[in-house]
Write a protein that binds this ligand. Sequence first.
Ligand SMILES: NC(=O)c1ccc[n+]([C@@H]2O[C@H](COP(=O)([O-])OP(=O)(O)OC[C@H]3O[C@@H](n4cnc5c(N)ncnc54)[C@H](O)[C@@H]3O)[C@@H](O)[C@H]2O)c1
Length: 339
Amino acid sequence: MPMPKALVTGSAGFIGYFLCQRLLADGFEVVGLDALTDYYDVTLKQRRQQMLLQNAGFGAVNERIEADGILHDLVANERPDVIVHLAAQAGVRYSIENPKSYVDANLVGTFNLLEAVRATPCQHVLIASTSSVYGANTEMPYAEDHRADHQMSFYAATKKASEVMAHSYAHLYGSPITMFRFFTVYGPWGRPDMAHFKFTRAILNGDPIDIYNHGEMRRDFTYIDDLVAGIRGLIDVPPARPASPDDIMPGDSLSPVAPFRVVNIGNSEPVRLMDFVAAIEDAIGQTAQKNMMDMQPGDVPATWANSSLLTSLTGYAPQVSVQEGVARFVAWYRDYYRT
Ligand SMILES: NC(=O)c1ccc[n+]([C@@H]2O[C@H](COP(=O)([O-])OP(=O)(O)OC[C@H]3O[C@@H](n4cnc5c(N)ncnc54)[C@H](O)[C@@H]3O)[C@@H](O)[C@H]2O)c1
């Protein structure tokens, strides 16, 4: 049997790196596309890519997804069985400063991917969206059939737009598409713009940390290994266009007209921001100086995933507690930065 082939975009990113390692371990040949953008420290991305290149089953392409023809030609030449599209301009806060970069990477880039798959269909396309699409929805825990129509940031708006663009392509051209809605993913090799990274760095440097909304925040923190297990499980369950809307199981977000589904991947356990900070303080053995701040524009006070659809599709059961996950992150950070 030939090895299955996966194309992973964003392969030098935090999530992409761990997903590629998992796919290689599972016997996939992996083509990883990543432009190594300078949104955060490029050295981290280079190091992740170098580690992936140690495996003979991995090939790297360093190009931008919004560049004309790149994805079209790559998909046509490589003919992957599965595509996992993670490359994006991420971050709620940066989308206030530089919205155009979100148009380029998230809208044009995702459009290019959909066009590439229209020309060269594949067995399953899986695309990263975010819990931020739930926006102003206050019904908790967030389930896939809740309204997600009132995004609070331009980042979330571009992700919601990716979802609806992808639905139309699945309906019109038939390649099965799963959209993931990820909930605050953290762990070793994580993103320097995210809270766990910033807090750890500041505490170790003796700098104060900014606590938004005076600490009245809750996040459903998902440890990277649990997230990757969720993605890996979903790769094996491409959605099929239902013969009739009556065929859709209760609780399934399957489209009535297309091989398309949206799935939350979270820990399903919201953690208070101050408890998260306390877990970092415990892991480091130092107390943080805290600047209590107002809510940031574009942010939401709470996220909480209902992951029962993911569990029913794949048997998903998250394994790593916040205390354990934070301890693993802090251990990695201290080792990597020798601090
Ligand atoms: N980490 C989280 O908590 C989280 C939560 C929700 C959704 N997501 C989504 O998951 C995906 C992966 O996120 P991550 O945390 O690994 O972020 P990341 O920034 O570490 O990874 C994204 C990768 O995509 C690459 N990239 C960005 N723009 C590109 C472009 N125009 N062309 C080619 N490559 C480009 C970057 O160089 C980077 O390596 C993103 O789509 C993100 O929006 C992440």
